[in-house]
Design a protein around this ligand. Structure first.
Ligand code: UFG
Length: 333
């Protein structure tokens, strides 16, 4: 019998790419999503259950009705600024709900869990590139929710009840080359989709948050990692868990940093649009540079990201954005 993987949040940006990668790799997939931010119409296939992981009765039904081999958890709120304004919403959604999911897994003896963590667990970098030994001192509630769940997982793993891997994503970007799935947040706050929306005429300009950061061109540097490379890392982590290997946390990035200006210039080249930009104040809490060392994932999981440069990442995102007729949403930038 094929192994069925429960993908929680499988209708979201990274979730849809994960579902596609799992199906392509021959797994059976069951997606559970409350569609609060995800899009049912973009789910690439497999079975779908509508619902929320805070609903224990629903989780019992899901785990009783299916032979779940492992759980991948993508259902989280991800807006750093919102997390500062509405911390309880974040602790409810990202911490309480996840504990409820883990509890249901324990009741039904499902013991493999892959967790979407974040570079936000590190806080202000003490050195670059960030490796997994860097101290974790998150600077906002969003990052704290991710770190708290990593700690919950570590404590639970010690009881032998669970085997887990936490994958710390840097800046997820790009889209599947099929052009059928991609990034679609409402409202949008991420740099690459915003820049491409300007190129499509959906926004007048892109706002550059800060021009006096301690970087060569004064704008923030980030490590943009392709969403399909993230999905491949999950497949490798799943294989490792299936073989009984658990090593806790891995950074997922490309080890290459690009500034906000690099992103805008690359997008101008690819879209052949002028993409007007305007300067604004620094965004509070934005570290100047976040670049990952992903040596551990490469060495231990055998991860080899395919998209090592920004051009390829933005080209794939551009393909997706051109196909979308997403209505203008509230500008958050
Ligand atoms: N930026 C702009 N203008 C915009 C939007 C973003 O200049 O309109 C800048 C930001 O200041 C930042 C860079 O572009 O320097 C990237 O910003 P994003 O909002 O795209 O991504 P972040 O680096 O802020 O956040 C990402 C994830 C978070 C995660 C964080 C981990 O989206 O979920 O990485 O460090 F917490």
């Amino acid at each position: 019998m094929k192994k069925q993987i429960l993908v929680v949040g499988g209708c979201g940006y990274i979730g849809t790419h994960m579902v596609k990668a799992l199906l392509d790799a021959g797994y059976e997939v069951l997606t559970l999503d409350n569609l609060s931010t995800g899009h049912r119409e973009f789910l690439p296939g497999g079975q779908f259950v509508f619902g929320d992981i805070r609903d224990s009765a629903l989780l019992d039904k899901v785990f009783t009705g299916h032979t779940i081999n492992a759980v991948m958890h993508f259902a989280a709120l991800i807006e750093v600024r919102e997390s500062v304004k509405l911390p309880l919403k974040y602790y409810q959604n990202n911490v309480s709900a996840t504990i409820n999911l883990l509890d249901a897994m324990a009741r039904h003896n499902v013991d493999k869990f892959i967790f979407s963590s974040s570079a936000a667990v590190y806080g202000e970098p003490e050195y670059i590139p960030l490796d997994e030994n860097h101290p974790c001192r998150p600077t906002n509630p969003y990052g704290r929710t991710k770190l708290m769940i990593e700690e919950v997982l570590s404590d639970t793993a010690r009881t032998g009840k669970i085997k887990y891997t936490a994958l710390r994503y840097f800046n997820a970007a790009g889209a599947d080359n099929s052009g059928t799935i991609g990034e679609n947040h409402t409202p949008e706050s991420h740099l690459i989709p915003l820049v491409l929306q300007v190129a499509l005429g959906k926004r007048d300009n892109i706002t550059i948050f800060g021009s006096d950061h301690d970087t060569p061109d004064g704008t923030c540097i980030r490590d943009y990692v392709h969403v399909n490379d993230l999905a491949q890392a999950h497949l490798l982590a799943l294989k490792a868990l299936e073989n009984g290997i658990t090593k806790a946390a891995y950074n997922l990035g490309t080890s290459r940093g690009y500034s906000v200006l690099d992103v805008i210039k690359t997008a101008r080249k690819i879209t052949t649009n002028t993409i007007p930009a305007r300067q604004a104040e620094k965004r509070q809490g934005d570290p100047a540079v976040l670049v990952a060392s992903s040596e551990k994932a490469k060495k231990e999981l055998g991860w080899h990201p395919q998209y090592e440069n920004l051009d390829a990442i933005i080209e794939s995102a551009w393909k997706w954005h051109q196909k979308q007729m997403i209505p203008n949403d509230a500008t958050t930038g």
